[in-house]
Design a protein. Structure first.
Length: 149
């Protein structure tokens, strides 16, 4: 049975052992919460990268659709290149801005091909097929779109 120690002026108080145990439990909980922080930060970074990839793919697709499959050097998504039917590679920085191929800070790599090959198109479709493969460290995403005539 626990005995309450009467503090000065006759009021009940906590013993030193009770205070030490409360501080120990609080420290244990804080260490557990702080241990989860690196995992939460990694998940947030992965989520940001996934969102950026979706945005880059949408940018490439909308640029191709706006120009009806004719991507030129002045296309917003493709500052430094021209597509003439051959697959091309575009590099992007982590913030989504286009980067020169030689830039060591390039994080995303997009492989884009525009095809008029009838074997790759649905029967009766007379447009172009846009294939986009976007890769970044440890992951990749692909998208295919049909661009009308």
């Amino acid at each position: 049975m626990s005995r309450r120690v009467l503090a000065r002026f006759g009021r009940p108080a906590f013993s030193l052992i009770e205070v030490a145990m409360a501080i120990g439990i609080l420290a244990f909980c804080l260490v557990g919460i702080l241990g989860l922080m690196p995992m939460a930060l990694n998940n947030a970074r992965d989520s940001r990268d996934d969102t950026r990839v979706a945005h880059l793919i949408e940018t490439i697709h909308s640029d191709a659709r706006t120009r009806r499959g004719v991507l030129t050097a002045d296309s917003p998504a493709f500052k430094p290149l021209i597509i003439n039917g051959d697959p091309i590679t575009v590099k992007y920085l982590r913030d989504g801005q286009p980067a020169p191929a030689s830039n060591p800070e390039a994080f995303f790599t997009a492989e884009v091909s525009l095809s008029k090959d009838a074997d790759k198109l649905p029967l009766g479709f007379s447009g172009n097929r846009l294939d986009i493969e976007l890769t970044w460290p440890g992951k990749s995403a692909t998208a295919t779109a049909l661009l009308g005539p």
